[in-house]
Design a protein around this ligand. Sequence first.
Ligand code: 5GP
Length: 174
Amino acid sequence: MSERLVEMLSAKDIQTRVKELGAEITQAYKDKPLVLVVVLKGSFIFAADLCRHIDLPLRVDFLGVRSYGEGTETSGVVQITQDLSKPIAGEHVLIVEDIVDTGLTIAHLMDLFRTRGPKSVNVCALLHKPARARVSVKVDYLGFTIEDKFVVGYGLDFAERHRNIPYIGIVERD
Ligand code: 5GP
């Protein structure tokens, strides 16, 4: 069985949109200090690019989350595999997520973070697949809305592969 990647979003289109998102976030927070919470592992490349387009006093922290196992369907159970390194009480928090699919991960993280007393919690996601929503979540800063396809690249994996591809693509097999 052969496998190939079909491009859905080019590296250039992603870079253009990420730059716009950075400008939007910079404008919205108006010099207020911000904590970027990067949801590992899929968001690491998006967050690395995004943070360089945000002109604010910034702290970056990482959160390890697992909901998939090796398959392409969410298990519906969101497990924290690595917690934040510092408290977020009194801080403006922006969760940086690669993709909002069923919405279960973001809904869970919003509930969890609100118990920790931040000044605000918002969400920035590169991709959103509204066709698969199981809970309604508000994405405050969104890169692209995409159709219901399993995508890889730009940090996103399939069984840990393809994270290093600079564009977003679909895996096709014949
Ligand atoms: P949700 O909880 O919204 O269903 O899923 C969120 C997580 O599922 C994402 O952070 C991502 O890790 C994974 N995910 C959802 N859709 C895709 C997809 O199309 N491709 C990849 N590689 N991961 C996905």
